[in-house]
Design a protein around this ligand. Structure first.
Ligand SMILES: NC(=O)C1=CN([C@@H]2O[C@H](COP(=O)(O)OP(=O)(O)OC[C@H]3O[C@@H](n4cnc5c(N)ncnc54)[C@H](OP(=O)(O)O)[C@@H]3O)[C@@H](O)[C@H]2O)C=CC1
Ligand SMILES: O=C(OP(=O)(O)O)[C@H](O)COP(=O)(O)O
Length: 361
């Protein structure tokens, strides 16, 4: 049983802890936390041993009933692998701590790619992380774009990719972020940092990305255009291809799911923990083929899509499972497949020829 330390029990860390606990081959050794707040109490209520960043704050934790299991240094020493889910940039500062204990570690997408030997996506380059000591699980947007591009790259070849990312201003618990009432080019310069980050997964990919931020906390939405090297026979072939992907939910026309709000409502109705959506959500109706150009829109739940990726990355570093084996085990243990939504649709329904779908507009 792999002992997994989670250093940084926040938006990502607490979700990764819950996902690790569901795995048959790993257990949470403990979680690292800086502040004795409601989230720390939550960890204690979940029976996760709490380790403090700063041992001088032990009394503050004790005052809210949390007897610390030790310091983060102790957590690293006692773990077989650490998932660093600290704020952007702190992971790189922590790497010497992991090196000192010779404890393999995962970092998150807010770190610069140089923090680890490999930037990781379970669908694309699992093998590259096998037996590595350090890996960076790329951020939510890069995870979502990597999963989307992988089957297109494999089946048709990708000549050029252009993405506009309409990103959430911050997470629900990040009360200090915005914008509150604006649509902000962010960054105003082009390309945004997302293209180069996707190239840490697909080094040869020609991709341009544009980023904006808007007043929502729920999900990011991508508007994607991919020029394919080889033209699919029709758009249903492409839909079938995405349906065969384990972490892409193709949202059918009939479902009445018209945005992030209804997606989150679906996840909550389905009983997903925290209403989390681990998959890319790709609107089938947006999938459009014009010649060799494919267009579509997909939603990415930033708080959740990297969670199964972290679980798979743990297995990749351990080296005992293949990528498909790990992904299947992770998907099964996280559970609550939303695929029932798409299984009800009849793909033979008349969708018109691909070019007609644009000509009618
Ligand atoms: N939030 C998101 O949408 C996504 C975030 N990521 C990436 O994941 C990483 C974590 O982000 P997120 O979960 O949002 O961050 P949060 O701010 O939600 O959580 C950070 C956690 O780290 C703790 N912490 C702070 N400083 C230290 C330290 N020096 N040592 C140990 N723990 C520390 C915090 O404790 P305390 O709260 O007590 O200060 C908190 O528990 C970042 O790299 C981010 O870019 C990736 C995909 C999506
Ligand atoms: O990991 C994240 O960073 P953030 O919480 O600092 O925005 C985002 O979900 C990724 O967003 P970005 O990479 O588009 O800035």
């Amino acid at each position: 049983m792999l002992r997994v330390g989670i250093n940084g029990y926040g938006t990502i860390g607490k979700r990764v802890a819950d996902a690790v606990r569901k795995q048959p081959d790993m257990a949470v050794q403990g979680v690292g936390k800086r502040s004795p707040d409601y989230v720390a109490v939550g960890a204690d209520e979940e029976d996760y041993p709490v380790y403090a960043v700063d041992e001088d704050r032990a009394d503050e934790f004790r005052e809210i009933g949390i007897d610390l299991a030790g310091t983060v240094d102790d957590l690293v020493a006692e773990s077989d692998i650490v998932v660093d889910a600290t704020p952007s940039g702190i992971g790189a500062e922590n790497r010497p701590l992991y090196e000192r204990h010779e404890t393999p570690a995962l970092f998150q997408g807010g770190e610069d790619a140089t923090v680890a030997e490999v930037s990781f996506n379970a669908r694309v380059n699992y093998d590259e992380a096998e037996d590595a000591d350090y890996a960076r699980v790329v951020s939510c947007n890069t995870t979502g774009l990597s999963r989307f591009l992988a089957p297109l790259h494999e089946h048709y070849g990708v000549d050029k990719t252009r993405v506009t990312l309409v990103r959430r201003g911050g997470d629900p618990d990040q009360t200090g972020r915005g914008p509150i009432n604006d649509t902000v080019p962010d960054p105003v310069s082009i390309p945004s940092h997302h293209g180069p980050d996707v190239q840490t997964i697909f080094p040869e990919l020609d991709i341009d990305t544009i980023g904006l931020k808007v007043p929502t906390t729920m999900m990011h939405v991508h508007s994607v255009n991919v020029t394919l090297e080889n033209r699919p026979d029709d758009i249903d072939e492409v839909i079938d291809l995405f349906k065969s992907e384990d972490r892409i939910l193709t949202v059918p026309d009939y479902a009445g799911i018209d945005g992030a709000g209804t997606l989150k409502d679906l996840a909550q109705d389905a009983g997903r923990p925290r209403g989390d959506i681990w998959e890319n959500c790709l609107w089938e109706e947006s999938l459009t083929l014009q010649g060799q150009d494919l267009y579509c829109m997909q939603a990415i739940h930033q708080e959740a899509d990297v969670v199964p990726e972290n679980v798979d990355a743990i297995r990749a570093l351990e080296g005992d499972h293949s990528g498909p084996e790990s992904r299947a085990l992770t998907n099964e243990t996280l559970g609550i497949d939303l695929g029932y939504l798409t299984d009800r649709t009849d793909l033979t329904a008349n969708r018109g020829t691909p070019d007609e779908s644009l000509a009618d507009d």
